[in-house]
Structures are given as structure tokens and as C-alpha cells.
Write a protein that binds this ligand. Structure first.
Ligand code: S3P
Length: 173
């Protein structure tokens, strides 16, 4: 069994995931890194050279390679769970945790983030807000299929990771 963290770009999946893995003494994996390793290219280059649908196929392949394994805390990409096939793959191989954050909090975190995200690249503040809002609405029905919804309204990521770890340890006993 694995634990999958899903949620919008900038919602803290990797930070919570790392902390959660430490708490549980499991291994942490960032799915974006697996895609980059498998393709031998950084994500922005994959998008630029091959387009989004190629990236999605690579992402699904990376997910399959991870879902065959066990005892992993996996930080998914923001779009990973947003297809029937990927969501089924995730649900069949683990517990799914959605890190829910308001659009306002997401935009403020994304503005400060140094990660290049092709879907949001080169957008001014207003544009960024509009894009995040639109994508967030489209994706929420997927994210809400998670087994656990963690409200990270105040972005108190440490606390969320600890609470999740306690909850998962409890369910193991
Ligand atoms: C994406 C999110 C990114 C990365 C890619 C596409 C998305 O991951 O997979 O840029 O579609 O939401 P993060 O959620 O880790 O930023």
C-alpha cells in the first residue's frame, strides 16, 4: 500500500509528503521527479518540446511504475489524479489524501514559488488568479474523490503532516 498526496499546484504536497514519510518511516517519492528521470528531461522541457498530452502519458507511465511498489508516500503532480485511469490506479494501490487550500492561498503561494509550472508560466497576477480559479474548479471533482480531505487553509503544513501520520498509524493498528 502507498499513500498518495493529491491537490492543486502549490498546495504543499511535497513538503507534507516528505514530513509524513519521515513520521511513518516510509520512503518519499515525488512523481514529477520520476517523470523527469524516466524521460531524461525537466518538466518544462517536456511540455515545450512534446506538449501536454505527451507529458500526461509519461505521467501515467510514472504512476504505474510507482503503484507497483509499496510503502511509499507519493506526492502526485497537480493533474495526476484528473483522469479515470489514473484515479483508479491510485485508489487501487493506496490511501489518497487531498490537501485542500483556497484559491487565494494557492495564488499567494504560487506567486512566491520558484518552481517553473508550464500551465501557469508567464502569467501576471490577475491572469494567474483567473487561470488558477478555472483549473481549480475543473479539478475539484477529481480531488474530492480522495479518501481523506485535509483542510490546509492556514498552510500549517507541519501540523497537517503530523495529524495525517497519527491517523494513518491508527488505521494500521
Ligand atoms: C501540473 C503540476 C505540476 C507538474 C506539471 C503539471 C498540473 O506538479 O506535474 O507542471 O497539471 O497541475 P505540482 O503539482 O507538483 O506543481
Amino acid at each position: 500500500m502507498n499513500i498518495y498526496l493529491i491537490g492543486f499546484m502549490g498546495s504543499g504536497k511535497s513538503t507534507v509528503g516528505r514530513k509524513l514519510a519521515t513520521e511513518l518511516n516510509w520512503n518519499f517519492i515525488d512523481l514529477d521527479n520520476i517523470v523527469e528521470e524516466q524521460e531524461g528531461l525537466p518538466i518544462p522541457v517536456i511540455f515545450k518540446s512534446h506538449g501536454e498530452s505527451y507529458f500526461r502519458e509519461a505521467e501515467s507511465r510514472a504512476l504505474k511504475s510507482v503503484s507497483n511498489r509499496s510503502g511509499l508516500v507519493v506526492a502526485c503532480g497537480g493533474g495526476t489524479p484528473c483522469s479515470t485511469e489514473n484515479m483508479a490506479e491510485i485508489k487501487e494501490s493506496g490511501i489518497v489524501v487531498y490537501l485542500n487550500m483556497t484559491v487565494k492561498a494557492l495564488v499567494s503561494r504560487l506567486e512566491k514559488s520558484k518552481t517553473i509550472r508550464p500551465l501557469l508560466a508567464s502569467k501576471g497576477k490577475e491572469d494567474l488568479e483567473t487561470t488558477v480559479e478555472k483549473l481549480f474548479k475543473e479539478r475539484t471533482p477529481w480531488y474530492e474523490q480522495a479518501d481523506i480531505i485535509a483542510e490546509s487553509l492556514n498552510a500549517d503544513i507541519e501540523k497537517i503532516a503530523m495529524q495525517l501520520a497519527a491517523r494513518i498509524k491508527e488505521s494500521e493498528n
